[in-house]
Design a protein around this ligand. Structure first.
Ligand code: APR
Length: 365
C-alpha cells in the first residue's frame, strides 16, 4: 500500500528519507528534532549549520548519517496561534515541500512525523487530517511509499461518543473464541490447542449466524437490552453454522467469478474509473494491474477489504467479494469486527476508519 500509518519511533524507520519537525535555526531542539539529531550523530548538526536556517513552511535536505534512513528532510511547521494566522497553509506547505524535495531527488520512500502537533501546539486531529490529505493528494500523481509515523497514543484520538459506539458494537460481536485445532478431515474440533476441549456448556440456543457474517438484522439488533452476549456467542456445538469455518471450507457464492472478475464488474457497475478505485483503496497501480491481468490473483485480506470500502459495498456484498479471495470477516478478529461496524453503518470515510483502528491498536488501512 503506497500510504500507511503506523505507531513507531521515526528514527528507527528504514526509508530513503525521514522528515524532521525542526525549528527555523535547524540547530536541533526537543521532540522529534532532538531524537533525530541524537540518533544521527554530530555530523548532522555540522551539516545543518551550513544550511543557514529554514523558513516556516519550507524544507531542506541533509544526509542521514547514523540513521537507518539515507536522508533527513528538515521542515519547519507553524506554531499554533488559534488558526487565524495562516497556520493551515504553512503546515500544508511543509508536506508539499518535503514531497517535492523527495520527488526531485528520486527518493522512493519517506516517513513523516505529525509536524507541529507537539511543541508547536497544532491540534492533533487537524494536523493528522492535513497530513493525510496532502499525502493522498500527492499520491494521486506520484508513486512513492509514504509512512505517517504517529508516536504517541493520544495523537490519534476519537471522540468519546464514537469510542462508546464502536465499543458497544465490539462487545456485541467480538468474541475471543479459544483457539480450536480442527482435525483437517472431519473439520471437527479436537479440543482447544494444548488444553482439554471445553466442557459442553448448556449455552442458550444462540441465534443462527451466517457463517462468518452477521445478517444485517442481527447487526442492527446489537446493543438491545434483551440481547445478551450469549446470543452472539457461538455455542459449544461446533456445527458449522455457529463458528466460521476455516477459509478453505468457506462457501463460494458464484464459483465461476473470481475476485478479480467480481472487482472489475463492481468497478464498472459503480461507474468508477480503475484509477479512482485503486486510489481510494490506497492500492498502488502495479498491484492493481496484477489483479486486473490475472483473473486468479489472490490479494491480501487488507487489500480486499480496502477495495470493498473504496466501492462502498454493503456488508453482504463485501462478504461476497472477500470470500472470492478466500477470506471472511470473522467475529473473533477485532480488526474485522471494527470493519464490520463501518460496513454496517455504511461509513466509508477512510480517515474515520483509520482513527478508530488506531485507537483500538489495530493496523490501519
Ligand atoms: N518519532 C516519531 N514521532 C515523534 C517522535 C519520534 N521519535 N518524537 C516526537 N514525535 C511526535 C510528537 O509526538 C508529535 O506528534 O512528533 C510530532 C511533532 O512534535 P515535535 O517534535 O514537538 O515537533 P513540533 O510540534 O513540530 O515542534 C517543533 O519542537 O523539538 C522542537 O526543535 C523543535 O522547535 C521545534 C519544535
Amino acid at each position: 500500500m503506497p500510504f500507511r500509518i503506523e505507531r513507531n519511533d521515526i528514527t528507527r524507520i528504514i526509508v530513503d528519507a525521514i522528515v524532521n519537525a525542526a525549528n527555523n535555526s535547524l540547530l536541533g531542539g526537543g521532540g522529534v528534532d532532538g531524537a533525530i539529531h541524537a540518533a544521527a550523530g554530530p555530523e548532522l548538526l555540522e551539516e545543518c549549520r551550513t544550511l543557514g536556517g529554514c523558513e516556516t513552511g519550507d524544507a531542506k535536505l541533509t544526509n542521514g548519517y547514523k540513521l537507518p534512513a539515507k536522508f533527513v528532510i528538515h521542515t519547519v511547521g507553524p506554531v499554533w496561534h488559534g488558526g487565524g494566522n495562516g497556520e493551515e497553509a504553512k503546515l500544508r506547505s511543509c508536506y508539499r515541500r518535503c514531497l517535492e524535495i523527495a520527488d526531485k531527488n528520486g527518493l522512493e520512500s519517506i516517513a513523516f512525523p505529525l509536524i507541529s502537533a507537539g511543541v508547536y501546539g497544532y491540534p492533533k486531529k487537524e494536523a493528522f487530517k492535513i497530513a493525510v490529505d496532502e499525502i493522498r493528494s500527492f499520491l494521486r500523481n506520484h508513486d512513492m511509499e509514504i509512512i505517517l509515523v504517529v508516536f504517541d497514543r493520544n495523537s490519534l484520538f476519537i471522540g468519546d461518543e464514537r469510542f462508546r459506539e464502536v465499543q458497544g458494537f465490539i462487545d456485541a460481536f467480538y468474541v475471543e473464541i479459544p483457539r480450536r485445532v480442527y482435525s483437517c478431515a472431519a473439520n471437527e474440533p479436537i479440543g482447544t490447542a494444548g488444553r482439554e476441549a471445553p466442557a459442553k456448556k448448556t449455552a442458550k440456543p444462540h441465534k443462527k449466524q451466517k457463517r462468518g457474517l452477521f445478517s444485517r438484522k442481527e447487526s442492527r439488533d446489537y446493543g438491545k437490552e434483551e440481547d445478551s452476549i450469549d446470543d452472539f456467542l457461538p455455542g459449544d456445538d461446533l456445527s458449522e453454522e455457529s463458528v466460521p469455518l476455516p477459509c478453505a471450507a468457506m462457501p463460494t457464492f458464484t464459483v465461476d467469478e473470481s475476485f478479480s472478475e467480481m472487482l472489475l464488474r463492481l468497478i464498472d457497475e459503480k461507474g468508477l474509473k480503475d484509477s479512482e478505485c485503486y486510489f481510494r483503496a490506497n492500492v498502488d497501480r502495479k498491484l492493481f494491474s496484477k489483479i486486473r491481468c490475472n483473473k486468479d490473483y489472490r490479494p491480501s485480506k487488507e487489500t480486499a477489504i480496502a477495495f470493498a470500502i473504496a466501492l462502498e459495498l454493503d456488508l453482504n456484498t463485501a462478504g461476497e467479494l472477500l470470500s472470492k479471495a478466500g477470506y471472511t470477516l470473522s467475529n473473533s478478529i477485532l480488526f474485522d469486527v471494527i470493519l464490520r461496524y463501518f460496513f454496517d453503518t455504511r461509513n466509508y470515510n477512510i480517515f474515520e476508519i483509520n482513527e478508530v483502528l488506531f485507537s483500538f491498536d489495530q493496523k490501519c488501512l
